[in-house]
Design a protein around this ligand. Sequence first.
Ligand SMILES: [Zn+2]
Length: 337
Amino acid sequence: MSDPLAGASWLEEATGPLAAAHAAGRTPHAVLIQAAPGIGGERLATWTAQLVLCTARRPGPLAAGLTRAERAAGRPCGECVSCRRVAEGRHPDVASVRPIEDSQQIRIEQIRELCADLALTSHEGGFKVAVIDPADTLNRFAANALLKTLEEPPPRTLIVLLAAQPSRLPATLISRCQRVRVRPPTRAESLGWLERARGVGEWAAVLEVIGEAPMAAAGLDPAAVGALRAETSRTLDAIRSGAADPVATAERWSRSELPLRLTCLENWLTDCIRRGLAPSARPAELRATTHPPRADSVMNTRALFHLLDGVRGLKAALAAPINRSLALESLLRSLRE
Ligand SMILES: [Zn+2]
């Protein structure tokens, strides 16, 4: 079975309009899937490719009395050769476009090559599908080149764009796409999917660190994440009190698990801000006092927000060729100040 949506109800929910349009013979030329990272947008893209390339339809218990159109309105079977090839990433009529290694962008040459390929006849005599992921990394020239193809698409072509932040795409491009918004899963849905995919484990603790991103969590080791989180918090407390060196810490963190460390740092700062007080305040002291936070605590909160912006900025810039150690060091130093 190659059902990419298995157990993911939040993804299933997003399929209705696409399946209906395809069944009615109104398959869009372009679909824009809007999904936060780690919640399975790429699985929905795979499903969408299967929808138009499936060479069978799942019979299902209710299939007997259905008309052809009703049957087609269902789902890709997930079992035929075509569905399996799509799921395994080796269907000859599915092209995948991603940013070139070490580059944060999808470039115009890639889109030109893709459009030339889409203009050719399909191998299997059906649809040709392109998956552009993440589409919000299309640079301006690439987006314009793609727009030209979307204005006059070759027949039986489906372009699937996957983006966490479609607002980065030109409005003219977005307007040519059928939009599919994927809602984030609930905690219960995330846990259910993870246990089904990876077995019972401390998944709640992983989600506590990385947020509602079950597909991202599936690639992590719960015990390692727990240990990393605890160690990061201890080190941050130590930097704050002067017991640990920001320079050495930055150097060490930048060499291993930096994205996860930054997420832990982000959580640590958010916790501090949520408490509305400086990180040095102990919960016991908070409970013991009936006085409002002191003025310097309020200022500290402002500084913490500033620091949080810095951490998020660094996370966003991780793919760029920057000196990570130096950037992190400056953040950790400001923690002490
Ligand atoms: Zn199939």
